[in-house]
Design a protein around this ligand. Structure first.
Ligand code: CMP
Length: 143
């Protein structure tokens, strides 16, 4: 299996619930290597840019309000099969449908406030990673 990178965001609800440490610990325990991370706060505009593919969706306003409601923690993660494995690890978008033991099943309140984001493809992961991190902030060589 190929080594891949994926972009996650510990969303504002994750930060508000003081779960940065717990979720990060689980991410590392699951074998994902953190290549970049930061605490940042999106504006409604920058949240809209990140989620531009959802611009026409009815929940876009709610999504960008929520994502700009407080600090968040984006990270670039690396692992074999990272994109699919991370999505399995966090569970379905709607926590009511998320498998037992997943991050969203355990910690998320609703489809809108669902604790974490995970890229849906390697290609989108690259675009999303570049949205938050300069190449110089990515620590690829950790030997
Ligand atoms: P995420 O994986 O970050 O990508 C898009 C986000 O849109 C998704 O997680 C959800 O948090 C959000 N989303 C999807 N559907 C809805 C919905 N029906 N209402 C509000 N937010 C939604």
């Amino acid at each position: 299996m190929a080594v891949e990178r994926t972009l996650t965001i510990l969303k504002p609800d994750c930060v508000r619930k003081n779960l940065i440490g717990e979720v990060t610990r689980r991410i590392q325990e699951a074998g994902f290597k953190i290549l970049a991370m930061k605490l940042t706060r999106l504006t409604k505009d920058t949240a809209g840019g990140f989620y531009a593919v959802h611009k026409e969706r009815p929940f876009f306003g709610e999504l960008t309000d929520f994502m700009s409601s407080g600090p968040c923690v984006p990270m670039i993660l690396e692992k074999e099969n990272a994109v699919a494995d991370f999505r399995k690890f966090i569970g379905a978008t709607n926590p009511a449908e998320a498998a037992e033991g997943t991050i969203r099943a355990e910690f998320a309140d609703s489809v809108g406030e669902n604790i974490v984001h995970g890229s849906d493809s390697v290609e989108n992961g690259k675009i999303e990673a570049a949205y938050f991190f300069a190449e110089s902030e990515v620590v690829a060589n950790q030997a």
